[in-house]
Design a protein around this ligand. Structure first.
Ligand code: GLC
Length: 700
């Protein structure tokens, strides 16, 4: 058996043996990725390239295991060295079973839930021939005009790092060579969320400090968790586009973090360097992207020039070899040489299993955020409600509950709010009427819906974004819901009947106009396959809302960017907008429960053990997330007014108290990151805060 085919040998030995057997052309082909059919991402132009059995990777192929195996057989059995292709796909929040969009998953504050959702997604997609997902997206946005906030884990670097780790564990497991494991891909490296004005694909000016303090930590966490790949980003990072940014992809990612996997470019980003003003010369682009540390080229074909560039002496073959090593290393670690083919099973046997739907329901319950509950209108008691009206464009729309980047989720298998409401209000008369579309309404449609709802004892207003209003290339100058929906809500409010507003959206929306029209508000996000049932589980008290916002909701567009970990102002009591309340509409970490929690006895010891007592002061069992923030009031490099350094979730019965302990570490938690990425600890005073309690302490 040739060494590279021997699984008993170490990966490094196998890949060196294989590399030494490869021709220059075979090496360079490993660095190319193409589609073989129309890409379902409408933002990705082009209808796919031709299949070549020597190519390194195929992306976005929805043909399933059998067809994938047919192509894979041509690579493994039809080429000289039989190097398997790695098949990549955007599996962002589920494959066949839809889970909440990542921003919603972050609002669960439950890394175990995130890991479990990724685990199921990996099981489902690997069964259909996918080896690699282009997830998790771990950009750190603070501008909801950018539609891709829905793919992120929100505005906090520390939390996003924990969710990145959970995602990597869920996708790859401890053994990435397992047939139901898929390679993770931390994206988009780096600073894409800083796209100016929330306008997708635009320039991002990022200080060295902010790069290391805000944008890199979640990637570092994912690399540290063992992510096998990264994807470089579209954005121009302060003059050096990410895809040619050697500082990011070599000095930081490899030299400092020790990353040994490979970096794939984002769709066509090599060719976009011309539009960005870097270069339109494909030879220069190929040399610079490869030399910077971008190993594989997604869809554009500059790397087809590599063999000639090496032969002409313009590029050292050693640079190609290093990129090929990284790609082969991932293929070996995924076990693709041992199991290049996918076991062919009927989709019914691998997808949408009952336990997957149960997980989807639990995740959707945990991600929803209760924003208002006037006079404890919720939970509703169905037995006391003769007539309930379900009104709004989301009422009967399944796709809106799933959101964008839905992989292979079939909306026809997703129950809508209208489909399931009867399960929860068996004795009630149910009136269901759209009232308007997402963006438009027919003449008189709103008025007749309001008239119909007038006869109800309670009105459920199901409003929100159409499935593709958030996501890639979905930048908006105004994040308010469309006027027709706002008009419908005003009409429903005018009936004087209790109104519960349910919002399905992939991003923060503007609530100031909506809030007065509703007695209760449940922000559902895009909760996935079982969002409808989860919604009613929450509305009827079957479960108690526990979601907390992972991203700030602004009061107005004029406030953007607005985020919790802002740096201090020179004059804390001045400089505010004269025409607007300073606070956000709903702050980071906000969310109500059907019970209430009190906090007391915040303390910290010499050994940096912090503790706080939390009590469930209400009559219902509930889950609380305890957020611990640090402030560093005096530092050589000024610090954010506060930053999250730990969180813990606990479920408490009515009247139950528990002391939550946090073992803090000086360098991990009290130090800050400098402009070169170094950790800096400055002795002196620090302040811990949680739920309005604060305590200051000295640390040397
Ligand atoms: C897209 C996205 C990226 C995605 C890739 C493949 O343009 O930016 O997130 O993974 O192309 O679809």
């Amino acid at each position: 058996m040739t060494p590279y085919r021997n699984p008993a040998l170490p990966v490094e030995e196998r890949l060196e043996d294989l590399l030494n057997r490869m021709t220059l052309d075979e090496k360079c082909d490993q660095l190319l990725q193409t589609t073989i059919g129309p890409d379902v991402n409408p933002n990705n132009l082009g209808d796919g390239g031709e299949f070549r059995p020597s190519i390194g990777s195929i992306l976005s192929y929805f043909g399933g295991a059998h067809k994938r195996n047919e192509f894979q057989r041509r690579a493994v059995e039809g080429t000289r060295l039989g190097i398997p292709i790695i098949w990549g796909m955007d599996v962002i929040h589920g494959w066949r079973t839809g889970f909440p969009v990542p921003l919603a998953q972050a609002c669960t504050w439950n890394p175990e839930t995130v890991e479990a959702c990724c685990r199921v997604a990996a099981k489902e997609c690997s069964a259909e021939g996918i080896d690699w997902t282009f997830a998790p997206m771990v950009d750190i946005p603070n501008d909801p005009r950018w539609g891709r906030v829905m793919e992120s884990f929100g505005e906090d670097p520390y939390a996003s790092g924990l969710f990145a780790r959970a995602s990597v564990r869920g996708y790859q497991t401890a053994d990435p060579s397992a047939p139901d494991a898929v390679a993770a891909c931390l994206k988009h490296f780096a600073g894409y969320a800083a796209s100016e004005g929330g306008r997708d694909y635009s320039y991002s000016d990022i200080s060295a400090r902010k790069l290391h303090e805000i944008y890199l930590p979640s990637f570092h966490a994912g690399v540290d968790e063992g992510a096998l790949t990264l994807m470089s980003s579209f954005n121009d990072v302060t003059g050096t586009p990410a895809v040619v940014n050697r500082y990011l992809m070599t000095e930081i990612l490899r030299d400092r973090w020790g990353f040994s996997g490979f970096v794939v470019s984002d769709w066509d980003s090599f060719r976009q360097l011309k539009a960005q003003g870097f270069s339109g010369d494909p030879e220069k682009v190929a040399i610079r992207c490869l030399s910077a540390g971008n190993d594989m080229e997604m869809v554009s074909e500059c790397f087809k020039l590599l063999p000639e560039l090496v032969r002409s002496g313009r590029l050292a073959e050693a640079v190609v070899d290093e990129a090929v090593r990284r790609v082969l290393r991932v293929k070996f670690k995924l076990g693709l040489f041992e199991h290049p083919y996918t076991e062919e099973q009927p989709v019914e046997a691998t997808a949408l299993l009952p336990e997957y739907r149960r997980l989807a329901r639990k995740a959707a319950q945990q991600c929803a955020v209760l924003l208002k509950n006037e006079n404890s209108l919720l939970p509703l008691d169905p037995a006391s409600i003769r007539t309930v009206a379900l009104v709004g464009p989301v009422a009967e729309d399944a796709a809106a509950l799933v959101g964008n980047w839905r992989g292979n989720v079939d909306p026809a298998t997703v129950p809508t709010l209208a489909d399931v409401i009867g399960e929860f209000f068996p004795q009630s008369r149910i009136i269901t009427v759209p009232g308007c579309g997402f963006e438009t309404a027919a003449e008189g449609e709103i008025a007749s819906a309001v008239e119909a709802a007038r006869g109800a004892d309670v009105i459920l207003a199901a409003l929100g974004e159409e499935w593709n209003r958030s996501g890639e290339n979905c930048s908006r100058a105004d994040i308010a819901l469309p006027a027709v929906q706002r008009n419908l809500l005003h009409g429903l409010a005018a009936t004087g009947k209790p109104v519960v507003l349910l919002v399905s959206a992939g991003r923060p929306i503007l609530y100031p106009e909506l809030e007065p029209c509703a007695n209760a508000i449940l922000h559902l996000w895009q909760g996935g396959h079982e969002a409808a049932r989860a919604c009613f589980d929450l509305l009827t008290g079957e479960c108690n809302p526990s979601g907390r916002l992972a991203m700030t909701f602004p009061r107005s567009m004029g406030q953007i960017p607005i985020y919790y970990n802002e740096h201090r102002r020179a004059r804390p009591d001045q400089g505010y907008y004269h025409d607007l309340e300073e606070s956000p509409m709903y702050p980071f970490g906000y969310g109500l429960s059907y019970t209430s929690f009190t906090y007391s006895d915040l303390s910290i010891k010499e050994d940096l053990t912090a503790s706080v007592k939390v009590t469930n002061a209400g009559e219902r069992r509930g889950t609380e997330t305890v957020f611990l923030y640090l402030s560093d009031p005096e530092a050589e490099l000024t610090q954010p007014a506060r930053r999250l350094i730990a969180f813990r979730q606990l479920e408490l019965a009515p009247g139950e108290s528990r002391v939550v302990r946090f073992e803090l570490d000086k360098m991990r938690d009290l130090a800050y990151t400098g402009p070169a990425g170094e950790r800096i600890f400055e002795e002196g005073e620090f302040v811990l805060s949680t739920a309005g309690l604060t305590i200051s302490f000295e640390c040397r």
